[in-house]
Design a protein around this ligand. Structure first.
Ligand code: NAD
Length: 249
């Protein structure tokens, strides 16, 4: 049976990806900072799936995860979060904490995935529309995701000799626990949808479908797939502007 590891798999896009991979016949390891949630998700999927705790910001934690699993066929790297605040006010620790998870964490996952994936395996990283579209107040997240898109291409070059394909999905706005704060700000989702040619935000299942495609696409590597209803053709919502209208500091 093929094995897939979904890092950051206990919630949102990662959880939808774990379900899609399980339905495709993989034995799925749901790995997450929230180990209890990972175990609960694996229990929901049933036998032979399992949950593991991991912190992508900690190299030894990621190394232990992959040593415990052994050889794997597909790895999906979903862990991520964002902070919000203008550059002139953002504490540098907050900037670093986002880069630590979204970029350095993805590098660490790629490092151990590269060691443990079978020849011909697949690594899928979750980037973001913000890798190419700047958003006021999201300097750390935008910078980390832009770096992640380039990491995808370098890893694709380095792992190609073993037939391992490395691709990324760069989703636009998807309602998950990560975005529920922004979605509560009046006008934000509306502005996203107004600037999205296909006229809607995304679902975790939209992204999972693309993740599954990337695990299968035998002639595709080094690709960062924009998946956002066409929003990359227009502009990102001004979250700070909407917050200011609300009278927030
Ligand atoms: P989410 O908050 O629902 O899920 C993120 C998961 O990552 C959580 O289960 C969390 O526990 C886990 N995680 C956080 N830090 C971790 C760490 N240090 N080690 C291991 N696991 C960790 O968010 P989501 O929206 O599903 O986001 C998944 C990925 O998709 C993220 O990389 C995010 O940046 C990206 N993304 C999301 C959107 C969106 O609109 N939701 C858009 C573009 C990209």
């Amino acid at each position: 049976m093929r094995t897939a590891v979904v890092v950051g798999g206990a919630s949102g896009i990662g959880w939808a990806s774990a379900r899609a991979l399980a339905a495709d016949g993989y034995r799925v390891v749901v790995a997450d900072l929230n180990g209890d949630a990972a175990t609960a998700r694996a229990t929901e999927l049933g036998d032979p799936h399992r949950g593991e705790v991991v912190d992508v910001a900690d190299e030894s934690s990621v190394a232990t995860l992959f040593e415990t699993i052994g050889a794997c066929d597909a790895v999906v790297s979903c862990a991520g979060f964002s902070t919000f605040g203008p550059i002139v006010d953002l504490p540098v620790e907050q900037f670093r904490s986002v880069v630590d998870v979204c970029l350095t964490g993805a590098f660490i996952v790629a490092k151990y995935a590269g060691r443990h994936l079978v020849d011909g395996g697949s690594l899928v990283l979750i980037s973001s529309l913000n890798a190419r579209q700047p958003a006021i107040g999201m300097s750390a997240y935008c910078s980390a995701k832009a770096g992640l898109s380039m990491l995808t291409q370098v890893a694709a070059l380095e792992l190609a000799p073993r037939g391992i394909r490395v691709n990324a999905v760069a989703p636009g706005f998807v309602l998950t626990p990560l975005t529920e704060g922004a979605a509560l700000v009046p006008g934000v989702v509306e502005e996203y949808v107004e600037n999205t040619p296909l006229g809607r935000s995304g679902t975790p299942e939209d992204v999972a479908e693309a993740v599954l495609y990337l695990t299968k696409a035998a002639w595709l590597t080094g690709e960062v797939l924009d998946l956002n209803g066409g929003a990359h053709l227009k502009r990102y919502p001004d979250i700070l502007g909407h917050l200011t209208k609300l009278g927030a500091p």
